[in-house]
Write a protein that binds this ligand. Structure first.
Ligand SMILES: [Mg+2]
Ligand SMILES: [Zn+2]
Length: 206
């Protein structure tokens, strides 16, 4: 298990990770040309560096949370059994390298009645990034100091959610979903492992 450091403020620090494109590859493109989330458990694989990256963050004293939009559930393209299986697989793979993901927060909603099949998930919710409801929920549940925390994501929505709550932000490469968007992250990185090394450098150079 990763070592948990205690801080004098009594507040915890966190790194919030977007899922698709950061923890795991996407699996193609949807009808709008955007990258597509894995829709079946058997399509779910994590990047080879994900577990190591989480372990590094744990050892720096961070809680690690996943914050992910999965509107395919509302659209009836992904079922909860497969989604839960993906996250169980992720947590297991990370744990094999002694890394700990404290919790996976998922937004299952979508606001467009023309696309939503499960009407109980039709919502203009506060959790769907670029809104920051999932980050606030983690903050309440785990006593997080957001100003000493980080958000790592591959789209403008992730960066906007992190900036809204005062986190420092790192954008992982994704040209497709960020076409035409102006994004001003604190740092940019090729992938999650490189992002982790940026945090390591920033946190240990103080
Ligand atoms: Mg993503
Ligand atoms: Zn939501």
């Amino acid at each position: 298990m990763g070592i948990r450091h205690n801080f004098p403020t009594g507040l915890n620090r966190a790194v919030f990770l977007d899922r698709d494109g950061v923890i795991n590859p996407t699996v193609g493109f949807d009808e709008f040309g955007r990258t597509e989330s894995p829709l079946r458990l058997e399509d779910y694989q994590i990047f080879p560096w994900t577990a190591e990256a989480v372990k590094i963050l744990n050892d720096l004293g961070f809680h690690v949370f996943v914050v992910t939009n999965q509107p395919a559930v509302a659209k009836g393209k992904l079922d909860l059994f497969d989604l839960d299986g993906m996250h169980a697989f992720l947590i297991r793979q990370v744990r094999q390298k002694d890394g700990v993901i404290d919790k996976v927060y998922v937004c299952l909603h979508h606001p467009d009645p023309n696309q939503v099949r499960d009407k109980t998930l039709l919502a203009d919710c506060d959790c769907r990034k670029p809104k920051h409801g999932m980050l606030l929920q983690a903050t309440r549940e785990f006593n997080i100091d957001l100003t000493r925390s980080w958000m790592i994501g591959d789209t403008w929505k992730d960066i906007q959610a992190g900036q809204a709550v005062g986190c420092r932000t790192i954008l992982v490469r994704n040209e497709i979903d960020n076409r035409g968007k102006t994004i001003n992250p604190d740092f940019s990185a090729e992938n999650l492992l490189e992002a982790t090394h940026i945090i390591e450098r920033e946190e240990t150079s103080k």
